[in-house]
Design a protein around this ligand. Structure first.
Ligand code: ADP
Ligand code: MG
Length: 697
């Protein structure tokens, strides 16, 4: 029944069917039933024309059109109807589709007009109202909570109004009369006192009360999240059982000697906890696939190194891959320094490595003489063959494709353990649904003694004061970043801004007293690297750049980050950029420059930045502002195309759903028990349609 094509429904001809499919993806009865309202309005209340006061509220009024005129305006014209009841009148206005509407409107016949009020020429006005003849209106079921369905411009234009959709859905429910089979188990429904599928489907479209609606929503949101969690958890389960990995059960002298003799500081509790989590994970016999999250400066490198030492203790080699050669070089430097009192062999391999160096590295890798290899994508080339690679660590995940990660697998009999390090905080609310199949470790604590970065918001007119401040800091021996936005859509303009900015800075900070580096995307990689290195070595005072420096260079002496047109950056980007300073012992500053005119959202972003240094908090605000689709790494994730649940707001339901799914899978991993039959059936239906594997890395 639910598979019936929508054309068979009374009132839906082939033209409408076509547009429903095109605009809303509705092909069958079932699809239409699953078009959930996104809000509800009260259609039992009527207003009189003299009872209107607040603007921008939705009202319905019974009255008659007593006059109709077309008014010419600058572009085209508008249609204005005087709509009267027994106490006064208001105006109804149309700007589009005038010809068609004019023909249809009946003069002096009672209508129900419904829409949002506004005031125009000191008269109350409803533009593009929904109009229904009172005789028609009376035929329909009206409740205090009338559903409003998602629509598109095209639908409205083609006359498929909310009223039309409501009618179709009424017709649908009359036709199918409760044909929704239960999709959850009796167990769950009882335990959580959930509405049955049938009740929920009816009440979501035709709620009798707020309470009735809440129960329907709860049930449907739960169901949606439950099946996502089932897929994620099952994937994780399969992964654990199917993909065998090396069992690292020894913690030996490499680790222990380093830990007792060479550790330059005491680990933070978060670092200790994370190392423990990793140790446990690589000792199970299954391949580790773990995401290590930690804000910039939280100390991920030492965790990476300790993990590599465990690999060495178990007789394996380890590799660390970074997204750029500058980063790879920095890792190489800090790791060789940490290991200077050991006899562990470490090399670096990058695109620019000389043939002779390469040959040596290749040989030593194959013989097993080389224990740790640090580098860039160059490591993934086919010529690079390890004797026994046991662990691959990948820095800054979002710069690295899934394909490349998969490539590591081909380098050995078993895939090596994989640890992906990222400084992009994924809001806790999202972790579960997005990476439910990955294991996650979080370093949520900064090493002691860090000075909080002070963040200030300044308007462009304060630029001179900002220059003065930069000079003072440079006089103290510090270095300064000045970053300009570079957005693809406005690339040409942005380059001009960058160059203009560079010029004015050059004027303000003249040679030879001041040295300035500039780095942007149009430069050749070698030129970029040259300039970056000048700054890293402290030869230049100011680094003017586009967002290319986002990637994670470490210049502890840089203590000021000036972000130009900060209102144009997203929150997570601002936070990443700010993370470039505050790496040394000195007090650091982040100065957000903006124009005076700011949108409310931009204001909130800048305010959030000045108030918080906590990447997770910032990520949560970002999530609320932009929605999950825009967060780093979630773009392709179809998992966020939820029908009814909201991953942020329905966090509690998400947790319930996850617990329920996890409980069921523990008890019945393959859903073979009779009591889980409806779950199994639904699960198969869903995965057939859209296997979760497709959209998760
Ligand atoms: P990130 O997580 O951004 O990669 P790093 O590993 O580069 O951070 O660490 C940032 C800085 O903090 C480094 O200079 C490192 O030596 C230092 N550091 C890391 N852990 C600690 C600790 N527990 N105590 C003191 N300093 C630490
Ligand atoms: Mg790092």
């Amino acid at each position: 029944m639910l598979q019936t094509p929508i054309t068979y429904l009374k009132g839906v001809g082939s033209a409408r069917a076509e547009i429903l499919q095109k605009e809303l993806g509705i092909k069958t009865y079932g699809d239409l039933a699953n078009l959930f309202p996104y809000r509800y309005v009260d259609r039992t209340q009527f207003y009189k024309t003299n009872q209107l006061h607040a603007i921008d509220t939705e009202v319905q009024i019974v009255g008659k059109i007593i006059h109709l005129k077309e008014v010419k305006q600058k572009r085209g014209s508008r249609l204005v109807a005087t709509f009267s009841d027994d106490v006064g009148s208001i105006e109804l206005v149309w700007f589009k589709g005038i010809k068609w509407i004019k023909e249809k409107l009946k003069i002096n016949v009672p209508y129900v007009a419904y829409g949002k009020t506004s005031v125009f020429n000191r008269k109350f006005t409803i533009s593009h109202p929904e109009l229904e003849l009172v005789t028609e209106y009376k035929k329909n079921l009206r409740t205090a909570m009338q559903a409003v369905y998602p629509s598109t411009e095209m639908l409205t234009k083609r006359g498929v109004s909310n009223r039309v959709i409501s009618k179709m859905i009424q017709e649908l429910f009359l036709t199918i009369k409760g044909k929704f089979s239960e999709t959850l188990s009796k167990d769950i429904c009882e335990k959580l006192a959930l509405y049955s599928k049938d009740d929920a489907m009816f009440s979501i479209h035709f709620p009798k009360s707020q309470a009735d609606l809440s129960k329907a929503q709860f049930r449907l949101k739960f169901e949606e999240l439950f099946y996502i969690q089932m897929q994620l958890l099952r994937k994780k389960l399969l992964h654990k059982t199917k993909i065998k990995g090396f069992k690292f059960d020894k913690v030996g002298s490499y680790f222990n000697d380093f830990y007792t003799n060479n550790l330059p500081f005491t680990l933070t509790n978060a670092q200790k906890r994370v190392v423990k989590e990793i140790r446990k994970d690589i000792n199970t016999g299954a391949q580790m696939n773990r995401l290590l999250q930690g804000d910039v400066g939280s100390g991920k490198t030492i965790v990476a190194l300790l993990t590599m030492l465990i690999a060495l203790d178990n007789g394996f080699q380890a590799t660390l891959i970074a997204p750029t050669s500058i980063l790879a070089a920095q890792h190489y430097e800090s790791i060789t320094e940490l290991l200077q009192n050991t006899n562990i062999t470490v090399s670096i391999l990058q695109g620019s490595s000389k043939t002779k160096e390469r040959r040596i590295i290749h040989q030593q890798l194959e013989s097993g003489e080389l224990q740790i290899l640090i580098g860039t994508h160059a490591i993934l080339e086919d010529k690079v063959i390890f004797k026994n690679l046991g662990l691959a660590i990948i820095d800054e995940q979002h710069r690295f494709g899934v394909k490349q990660r998969a490539k590591m697998w081909t380098k050995n009999t078993f895939p090596p353990h994989i640890l992906v390090m990222t400084a992009t905080p994924i809001p806790r609310t999202l972790q579960m649904s997005l990476y439910g199949d990955l294991d996650i470790s979080v370093i949520d604590e900064l090493p002691p003694g860090r000075k909080e970065i002070q963040t200030l918001h300044k308007y462009d007119k304060n630029r001179l004061a900002v220059f003065k401040f930069m000079k003072d800091e440079i006089a103290k021996g510090r270095q300064v970043y000045v970053v300009y936005p570079l957005i693809q859509e406005s690339e040409a303009m942005d380059y001009k801004d960058l160059m203009d900015g560079y010029e004015s800075i050059s004027r303000e900070f003249p040679i030879p007293k001041y040295q300035i580096s500039i780095v942007h995307g149009k430069m050749k990689p070698e030129a970029k690297e040259f300039e970056m290195n000048r700054f890293i070595k402290g030869e230049t005072h100011i680094m003017v750049a586009t967002t290319v420096i986002e990637v994670g260079v470490n210049v502890p002496n840089a203590s000021v980050m000036v972000i130009e047109s900060a209102e144009r950056f997203g929150l997570s980007q601002l936070h990443q950029l700010r993370g470039r300073v505050g790496r040394g012992a000195d007090q650091s500053y982040c100065i957000l420059m903006s124009s005076f005119k700011l949108s409310p959202e931009a204001k909130l972003r800048l305010k959030t930045m000045t108030e918080s240094n906590d990447g997770f908090k910032i990520a949560e605000v970002d999530l609320k502002l932009r929605g999950p689709g825009n967060l780093m790494g979630t773009q392709q994730s179809g998992i966020l195309n939820l029908k009814i649940a909201d991953i942020v707001k329905d966090n509690k339901i998400l947790k319930l759903a996850r617990d329920a799914a996890s409980y069921i899978l523990q008890d019945d991993p393959n859903l073979e028990k009779e009591k889980n039959r409806s779950i199994k059936h639904t699960y198969i239906q869903i995965t057939k349609k859209q296997g979760v594997w497709m959209y998760i890395s």
